[in-house]
Design a protein around this ligand. Structure first.
Ligand SMILES: Cc1cc2nc3c(=O)[nH]c(=O)nc-3n(C[C@H](O)[C@H](O)[C@H](O)COP(=O)(O)OP(=O)(O)OC[C@H]3O[C@@H](n4cnc5c(N)ncnc54)[C@H](O)[C@@H]3O)c2cc1C
Length: 512
């Protein structure tokens, strides 16, 4: 990394953007032994709180990063999500387990995004393979088509110009991504745009509310309430035409909106942290890659926050791409492995955006259509087959078929879904035992030759005890063994260990 006139230095991967997606992918790459440089325009974490919820699948990713205990200390499990009518009558409830789920963590977790980002950055700083450079503005990303991508950036303090060459560039540069523009990708509009007021309040007063997310369905003034910490609360309200955040700049102006939740609390006990306006959108980039340049996170997809999945989608992108890229960089996976990133992640993101839009429409749709949704559809949601697994139980859909997801035509195949993460007989969770590479989870003990062949390729074998949670999981999937990818997605299941061993890539990612 040098001045524009000097010799250009080289790093394996430049990550553009140190938001939650960029820091996560850099940490995962560094764990896999890949050197990366992260560039961001700000010196410190962006201070405005945005995301407040993440699910157990995302908590599991935080576990992989090594910050599960630290995150548990700054977060708060929630009971789930309730849709209410404008008189606060409950229309339906999606329960979440505050005890540990099959992923090993509570299913709904409330937090403050800057606090999480600070924790992620501190953790990144512990890995010498990743360097974070703040206060720089990236102005260009250019793939020379011959194996190098040149990133140009300026130092915001002194205006000096710099370039760095990379084998790959990951654009984690948010909604207004320059990387997306440079790869010629366009956002597909999924037909949703609304202005919302976002209010953060601190108070040590007890509000005596149901301890989950309240979504008020009202075509005029939809709203959301949630407790995100011991003394922190978030409200979001749809803004009416002609209204602006400035109309709600203090607690007096906000009082009519907050009243259903704070009626018993004197205003002097409430401390307004901030009030701002966001435009919630639903958009999906039409391409997520060109050559050696990829986009991840908000650069690739935007979702209204009605089911709290936007940031989570970025962390899923990071988890999906990092091991593939590390494998390609150390030549244990073919370059085509990278094609599966968009193939797998784009349909999953689209699905999650659609779920968010479904909740958004229930909350905000006007006219007779909206009334029918709220009065008839919402109360019956519990009875819709398929929805129960997705919204009700908080399990996100399995990945589609790809070179790394071999789906059979048998029903209930486990391929594409996450492997559970139970506590094993030794007291450790499965993820800790499996490490960071491929794994074979099996009820059939491998022969010494099979074991040697698996371990030679850097994979770990776990033989599930009869009757254990993993054995039952395999049985429900009608299989004796599962090949599990580094991101803990099941690649393939079967009854013949030899066939599963053959499918194991020649990966030698570091196990820990
Ligand atoms: C009100 C609200 C509520 C939300 N609630 C939730 C929720 O409950 N759960 C959830 O999962 N998500 C939620 N989200 C979404 C979540 O906040 C985002 O999805 C998440 O922040 C995206 O992370 P990211 O790292 O992809 O992008 P960002 O957080 O936008 O980070 C991008 C980074 O790139 C840097 N950057 C951009 N361009 C350049 C450049 N040219 N040069 C240098 N640096 C650059 C920026 O400085 C920034 O640090 C919410 C969002 C909002 C607005």
């Amino acid at each position: 990394m040098t001045d524009i006139d000097g010799a250009v230095e080289h790093v394996s991967v430049v990550v553009l953007g140190a938001g939650p997606t960029g820091v996560t992918v850099a940490t995962l790459l560094a764990q896999h032994g890949v050197e990366c440089l992260v560039l961001d325009r700000w010196a410190r974490v962006y201070p405005q709180p945005r995301a407040v919820h993440l699910d157990d699948e995302i908590f599991r990713i935080l576990g992989r990063l090594g910050v599960a205990d630290e995150f548990a200390a700054i977060s708060r499990p929630a009971l789930g999500l309730r849709l209410l009518d404008r008189s606060m009558k409950v229309l339906t409830e999606f329960k979440r387990e505050t005890a540990l789920s099959r992923n090993g963590f509570p299913q709904a977790n409330m937090f403050d995004q800057p606090a999480l980002e600070a924790l992620l950055r501190t953790n990144l700083g512990r890995n010498p393979r990743a360097v974070l450079r703040g206060s720089v503005e990236v102005t260009d990303v250019a793939d020379d088509g011959r194996g190098r991508v040149r990133v140009t950036y300026s130092d915001r303090a002194d205006g000096s110009q710099h370039v760095v060459d990379a084998d790959y560039v990951l654009g984690c540069d948010g909604a207004n991504s320059i990387t997306r523009a440079r790869i010629g990708s366009r956002m597909e509009d999924l037909g949703f745009e609304q202005r919302w007021l976002v209010v953060d309040v601190a108070t040590s007063a007890e509000l005596h509310q149901w301890d989950g997310i309240h979504q008020v369905c009202d075509p005029v003034r939809a709203g959301t309430y949630m407790r995100i910490g011991e003394a922190r609360y978030r409200w979001e309200f749809r803004l009416l035409d002609g209204e602006a955040a400035a109309d709600y700049a203090d607690l007096d102006a906000l009082a009519p909106l907050l009243r259903p939740w704070v009626a018993d609390v004197p205003a002097c006990e409430l401390n307004l942290v901030r009030v701002t306006e966001y435009t919630f959108r639903a958009q999906l980039a039409d391409r997520w890659r060109r050559g050696r340049v990829f986009i991840l996170g908000d650069a690739a997809h935007l979702t209204p926050p009605f089911i709290g999945q936007g940031m989570g989608a970025g962390l899923r992108d990071a988890m999906n791409l990092s091991w593939k890229l590390a494998g390609v960089l150390n030549a244990t996976l073919p370059p085509e492995a990278l094609d599966t990133y968009e193939q797998e992640r784009k349909p999953h993101s689209r699905h999650m955006i659609r779920l968010a839009l479904g909740v958004g429409r229930a909350m905000t749709a006007g006219g007779e259509f909206g009334n029918v949704i709220r009065r008839v559809v919402v109360p019956l949601l519990h009875r819709v087959p398929g929805l129960s697994a997705k919204i009700m139980d908080g399990v996100t859909p399995a990945l589609r078929r790809s070179a790394f997801v071999h789906k059979s035509h048998r029903p209930r195949t486990l391929a594409g879904a996450l492997c559970p993460n139970p506590v094993l007989a030794g007291g450790e969770r499965l993820d800790a035992v499996l490490g960071n590479g491929f794994a074979l989870v099996t009820t059939i003990a491998p022969t010494p030759d099979e074991r040697a062949s698996i371990e030679r390729r850097g994979a770990v074998v776990h033989v599930a005890a009869p009757g254990s949670e993993l054995a039952q999981w395999l049985r429900r999937g009608r299989a004796s063994a599962a090949l599990v990818r580094p991101d803990r997605t099941v690649m393939l299941t079967g009854d013949q260990l030899a066939a599963l061993c053959d499918a194991l890539p020649e990966s030698s990612l570091p196990r820990k």
